[in-house]
Design a protein around this ligand. Sequence first.
Ligand SMILES: NC(=O)c1ccc[n+]([C@@H]2O[C@H](COP(=O)([O-])OP(=O)(O)OC[C@H]3O[C@@H](n4cnc5c(N)ncnc54)[C@H](O)[C@@H]3O)[C@@H](O)[C@H]2O)c1
Length: 257
Amino acid sequence: MNLNEKNILVTGGGGFGVGEGVCKALLSCGARLIVNEKDPEKTARVSEKFPGVLTIAADIAKTSEVASMFERIEKEVGVLHGLVNNAGIGLSKPAHEITEQEFDQLYQIDIRSVWLISKFFIQQLLKNDITGNIVNISSVHAHSTIPGHAIYASAKSAVEGLTRGMAVDLGQYNIRVNAVAPGYVHAEQNYDLLRSVTDNPEQWVENIILKEQVIHTEIQPEDCGYTVGFLLSDLSRAITGQTLYVDNGSTIQLFAS
Ligand SMILES: NC(=O)c1ccc[n+]([C@@H]2O[C@H](COP(=O)([O-])OP(=O)(O)OC[C@H]3O[C@@H](n4cnc5c(N)ncnc54)[C@H](O)[C@@H]3O)[C@@H](O)[C@H]2O)c1
């Protein structure tokens, strides 16, 4: 996959889950990366991990910070060719117990920011009269879910709806919009979430791998990253509005054993 000379923005790339796998894969395909993170500490960690990558600390839930991020990218990099809407937060609590504040916070990051950043990105593509690509990070929860994940699942379903709808609007400009939906991948936020659903996170993960997935190996962050790279590259030039499930087959079984 060749992403040489492509400037690609990855949001929330400072964790060690899916975002890190996306960054590693895109760098290995030759992309010039711009990595966003919420807090400066994590941004510094990205600079250590990926020297030479432009890092921008911005809270993508805040419109003013997103606007400043795009101004900085225009000044320091020029035009962006690709966007990976990776940043996202989880929540494990039944929908009827969730507060308005928790609901708003999850929706603000997991869906509103995906739309907002995509809007800034598309406007700069149209202004510069070039084509480009968006890949949104969805989740297997958009397909089927587990107890306590209704709000997260609903936000990720919205991400897939937005992906299809924007693909319809933007096809006329040869701009493609797709999504990647990972299964379980180790990530910082998962440790806290897992502790709220099980007393034995290691066993829970092993059960997923051995019983819920048809391929019994752990999904690596780079597995998601290379799929993102494919969707950003010209190899997928006839694919738009689609979600690719990188889940070792966990969503294809009628009944998991
Ligand atoms: N890890 C999994 O098993 C899994 C499965 C399916 C989908 N996903 C999705 O993958 C994406 C990456 O998550 P991850 O699990 O790798 O977790 P992660 O915690 O490693 O990464 C998420 C990153 O987003 C950043 N972030 C959160 N709010 C932000 C904000 N307002 N502004 C800027 N950055 C912000 C966090 O600081 C964090 O570094 C998310 O969209 C998540 O929903 C993850």
